[in-house]
Design a protein around this ligand. Structure first.
Ligand SMILES: Nc1ncnc2c1ncn2[C@@H]1O[C@H](COP(=O)(O)OP(=O)(O)OP(=O)(O)O)[C@@H](O)[C@H]1O
Ligand SMILES: [Mg+2]
Length: 261
C-alpha cells in the first residue's frame, strides 16, 4: 500500500477540510486564467457564500473545488488528499465526499422522489445494487429516503413523481439527495436563482442549517448579497477571478467558523 498522500501535507493543513493555494484555472493552455492565484481555507461546518458579478469566475471556482476541472497552477487539498493531482479511483473516491446542488436541479423528473433522493447513495453502492434499486427498493432504502426527505420537510412526497413537485420542492429534493450522499463539502451553484424570493430564502435557510447540523462545509454561489449576509457565516466576493473580500456574514457561526464571535 502506498503512504497516505496527506503525510506530505504541511503540518498546518492537517485538520483543515479544504486548502486552496495559489490556484489558477485557465480553460485552455496559454489562455488568460479565469481564476488567478487564489488562496482559501475552509473548515468543516463553515457556510460560505460566494458572490460577485457575472463572469467573475464563481462557477469555474466551484468546478475546480469539486475536482471537475484541473487547475492550471496551484493546489487544492481536500480532506487530506491532493484533489488537484488525483486521477482514476482515488479521484472518484474523493469526489464522493463532495456533493453538488445545481441552479436548475438535475433530478430525473419522471422518477419517483425517493429514487432521486437515493441517487445520492449510488457512489457507495455496487452496480448490482444500483440496478436492483431501479426496479425494487427495500424497506430500509425507503426508510433512508424518508429520513432525508423528512429533514427537508417533504416526507409525504416520497412516492410522488418528481415532476409533480414545485421548483422549490424539487430543490429541496436535491438537498435531500445531498444529505443521503453525506458529503463533507457541499458545493451549490446558484441553487436559488430560479426560485421566487420567499422560496429562495426558505431553501437557503434549510441548506445552511442542515450543513451546520451535519458538519458539512458549504460553498454556495449567489447573486443576492442580502441573502448571503442573512444566511451565511462567511462571505467571499470574487471579481475577475480574484478574491476581493473575505468576511463574516450575519448568521451566527458554527463552532468551526474560525475567528468569528
Ligand atoms: N467553457 C468555457 N469556455 C470559455 N470560457 C469560459 C467557459 N466557461 C466560462 N468561461 C469564461 O470564464 C469566465 C468566468 O465564468 P464563470 O461561469 O465561472 O462565471 P460566474 O461568476 O459563474 O458567472 P455567472 O454569475 O454569470 O454564473 C467568464 O468570462 C466566462 O466567459
Ligand atoms: Mg456561474
Amino acid at each position: 500500500m502506498t503512504a497516505p498522500e496527506s503525510a506530505a501535507l504541511p503540518p498546518g493543513d492537517a485538520g483543515r477540510l479544504l486548502t486552496v493555494s495559489s490556484l489558477s484555472v485557465a480553460l485552455k493552455p496559454g489562455a488568460a486564467p479565469i481564476i488567478a492565484g487564489l488562496d482559501l481555507a475552509i473548515e468543516a461546518g463553515e457556510t460560505v457564500a460566494l458572490i460577485g458579478p457575472s463572469g467573475a469566475g464563481k462557477t469555474t471556482l466551484l468546478r475546480a473545488l469539486g475536482g471537475q476541472i484541473r487547475p492550471s497552477a496551484g493546489a487544492i487539498v481536500f480532506n487530506g488528499a491532493p484533489l488537484s493531482t488525483l486521477s482514476g479511483r482515488r479521484l472518484r473516491e474523493t469526489r464522493r465526499l463532495i456533493g453538488f446542488v445545481a441552479q436548475k436541479h438535475d433530478l430525473v423528473e419522471p422518477l419517483r422522489v425517493h429514487r432521486n433522493v437515493m441517487a445520492g447513495a449510488l457512489g457507495r453502492w455496487s452496480d448490482l445494487r444500483a440496478l436492483r434499486y431501479m426496479f425494487w427498493a427495500t424497506a430500509s432504502e425507503l426508510a433512508e429516503a424518508r429520513r432525508a426527505l423528512d429533514a427537508v420537510g417533504l416526507a409525504e412526497k416520497l412516492k410522488e413523481p418528481t415532476s409533480a413537485l414545485s421548483g422549490g420542492e424539487q430543490q429541496r429534493v436535491a438537498i435531500a439527495r445531498a444529505l443521503v450522499q453525506a458529503p463533507r463539502l457541499l458545493l451549490a451553484d446558484e441553487p436559488v436563482a430560479s426560485l421566487d424570493p420567499t422560496t429562495a430564502a426558505e431553501v437557503l435557510d434549510l441548506l445552511t442549517r442542515l450543513c451546520r447540523e451535519h458538519d458539512m462545509a458549504l460553498v454556495c454561489s449567489l447573486h443576492q448579497p442580502d441573502l448571503a449576509q442573512r444566511f451565511f457565516g462567511r462571505i467571499l466576493e470574487l471579481q475577475g477571478g480574484r478574491l476581493v473580500r473575505d468576511g463574516a456574514g450575519a448568521t451566527p457561526p458554527s463552532a468551526h467558523d474560525p475567528g468569528r464571535a
